[in-house]
Design a protein around this ligand. Structure first.
Ligand SMILES: *Cc1c(COP(=O)(O)O)cnc(C)c1O
Length: 372
């Protein structure tokens, strides 16, 4: 069986380094908010090209706490509208709702699956205060255009970079385009911890300071509380794991790009739509880090079954659009046709830093022999 994602094999590559880092933390006697966190935050900020990285407990908290910090700083208030793609993973939207802000769903561009700038600008009202673009599947959203729109309308931009560590356009990485960015280090993400973890990146000193307090009960100084904060910290042990994994991230991304290139060159079944990158002509390799390799097929169920019969595991990112979830009953009657089409047709092929040439060849052959 070719697994969709082989996490065990991915971490086994660095087994010795991970054990060494783990031992270092155990022996330090210091398990929360110590040197490991500081070192990882510095390394990750430097990787993204930002002034700050603030470690938090997970990717959802990274988004929730950034919006919360903007509320504390008087930049957002209850009822303000935040534009977000209608086809994102639901966490992007939950972060908005959790802050008593109003998510305004905007349809994606069907070719890139990312937020459509034209529709974004059309959705701006007197209440709009922020845009939350998601770099879906590992590909940067059209950030030059989105930032220009934000500047024209004086809006904050919070990137959801949970799937796009290291993606780059015009020399600028995911996490360094907006006013702030949320990252997830969930084990299956391109930069994954061995448990839950997340971070916010920003170049804004005041925001960084507020976030450092909010993640720690609202406290800057021990036993002094500026805000009614929360407990959302990135453990020393996970920071140490992430410092090991960050060193290998670019090599892993290069491997993912090779796998993606092979899929794009090899798959020629007319029933399958291949992914199109932002600047597809000429293709820029840098703006996509291939968190997942997503194809589209009208006969998705049959194709998925066919691949499974050939020993190939695939997943669907995602089967139900947020507006059709029970959690958002108020939107169930709304129609987002592009998003719905995407959710009906997408399928993710095996992808990752340990996928072999033989496995890629098997996947390509199986897809090309699929008949409607
Ligand atoms: C994974 C993910 C999140 C949430 O990250 P967690 O660490 O699981 O909380 C948010 N947004 C997107 C787009 C994601 O893929």
């Amino acid at each position: 069986m070719i697994p969709f994602l082989d996490l065990k094999a991915i971490n086994a590559q660095y087994r010795d380094e991970l054990i060494e880092a783990c031992t270092r933390v155990i022996d330090s006697g210091w398990y929360i908010a110590g040197n490991e966190l500081t070192q990882f935050e510095q390394a990750f900020a430097s990787y993204c090209g930002t002034k700050h990285a603030i470690g938090v407990a997970n990717g959802l908290d990274a988004l929730i706490l950034t919006l919360r910090a903007w509320k504390e700083l008087g930049k957002l208030k209850d009822g303000d509208e935040v534009i977000v793609p209608s086809n994102t993973y639901i966490a992007s939207i939950l972060a908005i709702s959790a802050n008593d802000l109003v998510p305004v769903l905007v349809e994606p561009d069907v070719a890139t699956y990312n937020l459509c700038p034209k529709q974004t600008e059309a959705a701006i009202t007197a209440k709009t205060r922020a845009i939350l673009p998601v770099h879906l599947y590992g590909q940067l959203a059209d950030m030059p255009t989105i930032m220009a729109i934000a500047q024209r309308h004086n809006l904050l931009v919070l990137e959801d970079s949970a799937q796009a560590h290291g993606a780059e356009l015009n020399g600028k990485k995911a996490g360094n385009w907006g006013d702030a960015s949320g990252f997830s280090f969930y084990p299956g993400k391109n930069l994954g911890a061995l448990g839950d973890a997340g971070a916010v990146t920003t170049n804004d000193d005041q925001l960084a300071e507020t976030l450092r307090a909010l993640r720690n009960y609202g406290s800057h100084e021990k036993y002094k509380n500026l805000f009614q904060g929360t407990n959302s910290r990135l453990d020393e042990i996970q920071a140490a794991m992430l410092s090991v994994k960050l060193k290998h991230l670019d090599t892993e991304i290069a491997h993912r790009r090779k796998v993606a290139d092979a899929y794009i060159q090899g798959i020629n079944n007319p029933a399958v739509t291949l992914p199109l990158t932002l600047n597809s002509s000429p293709l820029t390799r840098e703006n996509h880090v291939w968190h997942v390799f997503v194809i589209r097929c009208e006969q998705r169920e049959a194709l998925q079954k066919h691949l499974l019969e050939h020993g190939i595991q695939t997943l669907i990112h995602y089967p139900i659009p947020p507006h059709q979830q029970q959690a958002y009953k108020e939107w169930n009657m709304h129609s987002y046709p592009v998003s719905e089409l995407i959710h009906q047709q997408v399928m993710s092929l095996p992808m990752g830093p340990t996928v072999t040439d033989e496995q890629v060849a098997q996947v390509i052959a199986a897809i090309n022999t699929f008949k409607i």
